[in-house]
Write a protein that binds this ligand. Structure first.
Ligand code: ZN
Length: 1173
């Protein structure tokens, strides 16, 4: 008890310190807001004011960082004191002066902040742990657990045995094969066996399987399922479509699969999940917990955590905690989390610390069966003769396990992968355990009450016991990457495995999001157009809705922890790939058809022919493992329409490229006839051979938010188009260059070895003339940074009997990374033009290109990097791209978690190389006093900063062997793989210090917008050539850009796919407002002010802050009438993140006119149910 008191005292002190920081932060923001109000908003004035504000905020950050460091010191001392007390420290009385300090006026937030510091910060735990991996005895990775035996005399041990069956939606077999061979039998037997005895229970997690089975069973069985659910015998946990991977997945897809599952549960069973169950994903992210909490879950269970962290948490009795978001100063995002203490979720590792004993209580392994105990002591059926001995043996394990937790309630899972297939297995487990439970019941002197339970049963009991004891759980901040299950076996390989599909995943995600938005807008427009609330007769809305649902479910399925992770067998990978591929093709049909109707000036001309769509995409994807190829457009004097859809809610200036059949082409805005800045470049059939039939046409398009814009492209008079100019470089002899239509200048000798340079008005770069690889960057402000691009190989371990890298594990060779070298020097091709200039390096295994856009907007401030990688000729190698800079970041860098938040990382020498790799779904950065270097990506991969100034990403891995985690094969299905990045160097003026403790950092606004553009590129469609075109008119749904934090998404849940349900939900447009940036604590203050949601329209791209204001998002209200003109909204109601009706806020009695969305908090994702007029 005195430990708790002690902690409270210290936490108050910490709270007090924070109070200062918070107060100053608020005061500063107040000042800045005041300044903003008085300011004119001419672009020039804004830039100037902005830099002043930037300086202020940097000073503020400096102040905050000092406070943070102090807090970190205090936290460390807290940990030390706590540790020393546990070794026999004395009781210490509390200091009332410190408590009083907490009540100082103005420290309103201190109470909230206090909770945050009275807890565990995972970065501190990593600093503390020796990672020495001593042998713990029976519990190999733990320690010997002792108890006296009288601990439960007052409060008996309350045990819940939770039967479960882990069903992977695809791994060694495809989703459908598993379903046929195992899953349907498991669920069929579940129905029979749970009905036989009302004391039996079961939990189920994967709704993808459950819904498939539901479609197969009759009405009578469905009623039985509902009865079991109502009786609490069957609990659907998490309620996701899959048990999602938490490293590679984007939060949009994570939410998508949760919505899909939760909506299914609500529609068919009328229930909502309350507990999460994630026992197999290879590491855990707080982004997932945030979504679960937002979806209404109260509790969750996680399992795959680094064994050293588990041991530490077990020693501290912190295996149960309140998981809090790093950026949250309140308990709002807290969710109760239970971390399983031992190695695995199977029976040997869940009843207690000794697997040899626990295995004897897995009655599926009774002698004579197919599975057995590797510890060589088989289970025995429970009989009258052995029951006492058996019961006491098991009770000993339960008691030991119980000592690791603060409450006398104990959770013991009973199950494994694809368990409970045969009815004999059900009988063996349930009847033997029931005998043991009955025995415990008959022996009150054992002080144990044991029964079958669900997660809700467990967590309810836990909550009851905690509140009876007046105890609270500690809070925890941070994430659980990178996972190690034993020795130095870190699971950082799967952050990159099968990168082709990790990128395809994002392509589907972007297509899905764009399609959902355009489809919703089309339905809304149609209803408005007709005036009677109905849709246009010929519009295939039902088919489209089915395509959308199928697309969402493909994306959802792929978030499974053996899918996007790249850890399934080859045929299963092809099955996933085929689903993603078909979904993209089907969604494109919806896009084309929606755009068709929206664009017609005269809607009576809408006569769709689905076999011959009016609009086509500008590219073709020919197979699940092929990259998109642009279709060459035939040009003539007759204009051809290009339709560009901007899927983001920001006005943006983008470079659109199409392939045409003529080197002379011209693009005009269809509305105004204004010619667009354009550039014609060669399409390179070979590195030195330009195509004579196809040419790349790039032009600069200005795209209002969520708009469809029409451009005309025609053949131009010879020589009238700007063509790119080329130079070629190669050490030694240059090959013959074939480039009929393009001017190629050869570098003169003296200049040949001097660096290549490109520049636009924002930045200048220098690259090596020998390799074409980047060397240096200079900003307009004068900031110069060395940023060298390098390519390197990792091999794998060579020693006999040592495990080697595989799909899950990264076990690099002892020599570390070796510089990439190729037998012949690369051909370097430099192109220069009015729209962009670039440098392409053609190596044997990859083509690397760095491109600079000559644009004023944010697209001109970063450097586009693209790689086309092919390592199919290699054996046991992994290719990395490394940036070597002179940014003095020490051992700290930042990587994103699911594109939702940035997480501080510390490269630790006490950990092996592979442990210092982290997942990166879309962003990473390094920073020092004066600059920040951000690498933004369009796909997920592993990232590390192994030495100060360095940042490296893994591009592809080819591994010949299995890594002994059950997959049974290597990763050798490599393909020609594309990866895309934006590199952004930014000034950090004002000299903020390196931030101590665990600082919360965010992407800068510029980086955020750049990332948004990268992940959601404009979509280009083309009209057929030379036809009697009906007149098209651009579609501009938004009056102005949304605040940059807000992003609308999808009309979900129309229910049309199951046949029975009506789909009149379609009439409703549902809008998410995603607010994913922290405005209050944001390093870059831009988003705090300046226009946006409430009025000012059509702002031209730069500076980026001008699009965005947090005024709507953070402080006040968003008026939907302003945003979605000319759409009209009848009502707006806040709901849970998965839009379950139970979570809807009650309709306010006095409906606001016009409807407004209020209270959007920084960093928060909110969902609203919106009714259209
Ligand atoms: Zn699994």
């Amino acid at each position: 008890m005195s430990v708790m008191k002690r902690s409270r005292v210290l936490s108050v002190l910490v709270g007090g310190v924070f109070c200062v920081a918070v107060m100053s932060l608020y005061r500063m923001l107040e000042l800045m807001q005041g300044a903003e109000l008085q300011k004119g908003d001419t672009p020039a004035g804004q830039d100037e004011d902005l830099s002043r504000l930037q300086q202020k905020i940097d000073r503020l950050e400096h102040l905050l960082s000092n406070n943070n460091r102090l807090v970190a010191t205090l936290r460390d001392s807290l940990l030390h004191r706590k540790a020393s007390w546990e070794m026999g420290g004395a009781n210490v009385s509390s200091d009332s002066a410190l408590i009083r300090a907490n009540r100082l006026p103005g420290c309103r937030l201190a109470e909230e902040m206090k909770e945050g510091t009275n807890g565990v910060q995972l970065l501190d735990v990593y600093n503390l742990l020796p990672f020495d991996n001593p042998d713990g005895g029976a519990w190999k990775q733990g320690f010997e657990i002792r108890y006296h035996g009288n601990e439960w005399d007052e409060q008996p041990l309350e045990l819940f045995l939770v039967p479960h069956s882990h069903n992977d939606p695809g791994w060694l077999k495809t989703f459908d094969s598993y379903y046929q061979d195992q899953t349907r039998h498991i669920l069929n037997n579940m129905l029979i066996k749970l009905t036989e005895d009302s004391r039996r229970k079961m939990i189920w997690a994967e709704i993808s399987y459950f819904s498939k089975w539901w479609n197969d069973i009759d009405e009578q069985k469905r009623e039985m399922v509902k009865r079991l659910v109502r009786a609490g015998q069957l609990e659907l946990v998490t309620g996701g479509w899959v048990m999602a991977d938490e490293a590679n997945s984007h939060y949009f897809a994570l939410l998508d699969q949760l919505i899909e599952g939760h909506q299914w549960m609500q529609r068919h069973l009328g229930v909502t999940p309350s507990s999460g169950w994630a026992v197999d994903p290879f590491g855990h992210s707080p982004s997932m917990t945030y979504l679960l909490k937002g979806a209404g879950l109260r509790d969750m269970v996680i399992q795959r955590i680094h064994y050293a962290v588990k041991k530490h948490f077990a020693q501290q009795q912190t295996l149960e905690f309140l998981w809090r978001q790093s950026w949250d100063s309140s308990p709002r995002s807290d969710i109760t989390c239970h971390m399983m203490p031992f190695y695995s979720y199977d029976v040997p590792h869940t009843c207690g610390p000794n697997p040899a004993v626990c295995c004897q209580f897995d009655f599926h392994r009774l002698p004579g069966g197919r599975v057995f105990c590797p510890w060589r002591i088989p289970p025995q059926p429970i009989t009258e003769q052995n029951i006492q001995e058996r019961a006491l043996l098991l009770l000993d394990q339960y008691r030991q396990k119980s000592r690791l937790f603060r409450s006398p309630v104990l959770l013991v899972p009973l199950g494994d992968d694809f368990r409970f297939v045969e009815s004999s297995e059900w009988d063996a487990q349930f009847s033997n355990y029931q005998k043991l439970f009955d025995y415990f019941e008959q022996h009150p002197e054992l002080h144990i009450k044991a029964r079958f339970g669900t997660l809700s049963d467990y967590f309810e009991a836990l909550r009851r016991r905690l509140s009876a004891a007046g105890a609270t759980l500690p809070t925890l901040r941070g994430d659980f990457f990178t996972y190690a299950d034993r020795d130095d076996h870190y699971w950082s390989g799967y952050f990159t495995s099968r990168p082709f599909y990790k990128r395809l995943d994002r392509t589907l995600e972007a297509t899905l999001r764009a399609t959902e938005i355009l489809f919703s807008l089309t339905l809304a427009e149609m209803r408005r157009f007709r005036g009677d609330g109905r849709l246009v007769a010929d519009f295939p809305a039902r088919e489209h809705f089915q395509r959308l649902t199928a697309g969402r479910r493909s994306l959802a399925l792929f978030q499974h922890h053996d899918a996007v992770t790249g850890t399934a067998r080859d045929p299963v990978v092809v099955d996933y790939g085929t689903r993603l591929f078909h979904s993209i093709l089907n969604l494109r049909k919806v896009l084309q058809s929606s755009a068709h109707w929206l664009l017609l000036l005269d809607k009576s001309q809408y006569h769709p022919d689905q076999s011959k769509p009016f609009l086509q995409m500008d590219d073709v994807i020919s197979a699940q493992d092929a990259l998109p190829q642009k279709t060459p457009l035939t040009l003539s004097d007759e204009p051809r329409s290009l339709i560009i859809f901007n899927p983001t809610e920001q006005l943006r200036t983008s470079v659109i490229n199409v392939v045409v059949d003529s080197p002379d082409a011209r693009v005009v805005d269809a509305e105004t006839g204004r010619p667009m800045t354009a550039q014609v470049s060669a399409v390179w059939a070979e590195p030195s051979q330009a195509s004579t039939e196809a040419f790349q046409l790039d032009f600069v398009a200005e795209l209002p938010p969520l708009s469809l814009v029409v451009y005309y492209v025609t053949k131009a008079s010879a020589g009238s188009a700007h063509r790119a100019l080329y130079t070629f470089h190669r050490r030694g002899n240059l090959p013959t260059i074939q480039s009929e239509h393009f001017q190629v200048s050869r570098p003169e000798r003296p200049e040949a070895d001097s660096p290549l340079s490109l520049s636009n008005k924002h930045l200048q770069i220098w690259s090596s003339a020998e390799t074409g690889l980047l060397q240096k960057l200079r900003l307009q402000s004068g900031l110069v940074r060395q940023v060298q691009v390098q390519f390197l190989w990792y091999g794998t371990r060579t020693r006999a009997n040592w495990d080697k890298s595989g799909a899950y594990l990264f076990l690099p060779g002892e020599e570390g990374a070796q510089p990439y070298s190729s037998s012949e020097p690369p051909l370097v091709r430099v192109s220069r033009g009015p729209v962009f200039s670039d440098i392409t390096s053609c190596f044997q295994h990859f083509t690397h290109r760095v491109r600079l856009f000559h644009l004023d907007g944010h697209a001109g401030r970063s450097l586009e990097i693209s790689n086309m990688v092919d390592i199919r000729s290699e054996v046991n190698r992994e290719l990395v791209m490394r940036l070597v800079s002179n940014v003095s970041n020490g051992n700290r860098f930042y990587s994103d978690l699911n594109s939702f938040q940035m997480q501080e990382r510390r490269t630790l020498a006490k950990l092996p190389l592979q442990a210092n790799f982290y997942p990166m779904s879309s962003a990473s950065f390094l920073q020092d006093l004066t600059s920040r270097l951000s690498l933004l990506s369009a796909q997920s991969q592993a990232v590390a900063s192994l030495r100060p100034g360095e940042l490296e990403v893994v591009l592809d891995r080819r591994l010949q062997q299995d890594d002994n985690r059950g997959l049974g094969q290597g990763v050798t299905d490599n393909k020609l793989t594309a990866s895309l990045y934006q590199l952004l160097l930014e000034d950090r003026r004002g000299g903020a210090q390196e931030v101590g403790g665990a600082s919360v950092q965010h992407l800068s606004l510029l980086a955020h917008l750049t990332s948004l553009s990268l992940c959601h590129p404009p979509i280009t469609m083309v009209s057929p050539s030379n036809s009697q075109l009906p007149k098209l008119r651009p579609f501009l749904p938004l009056r102005s850009s949304l605040p940059c934090e807000c992003s609308p998404a999808e009309p979900e849940d129309a229910g049309g796919h199951t046949g029975k349900t009506t789909w009149n939900h379609l009439e409703r447009l549902r809008v998410f407002f995603l607010s994913s940036l922290d405005c209050r604590k944001q390093k870059v203050p831009h988003r705090k002010w300046l226009s946006s949601s409430t009025g000012r329209a059509s702002i031209v791209a730069p500076p980026p802050n001008r699009h965005c204001s947090a005024r709507g998002a953070c402080n006040a209200e968003v008026n939907l009438d302003d945003l979605f003109s000319p759409l009209q909204f009848r009502s707006v109601r806040r709901s849970g993140l998965t839009l379950l009706r139970e979570h809807d806020e009650p309709q306010s009695a006095r409906q606001q006119q016009p409807p407004r969305i209020t209270r959007l908090r920084p960093m928060e994702i909110s969902a609203f149910r919106v009714e259209m007029d």
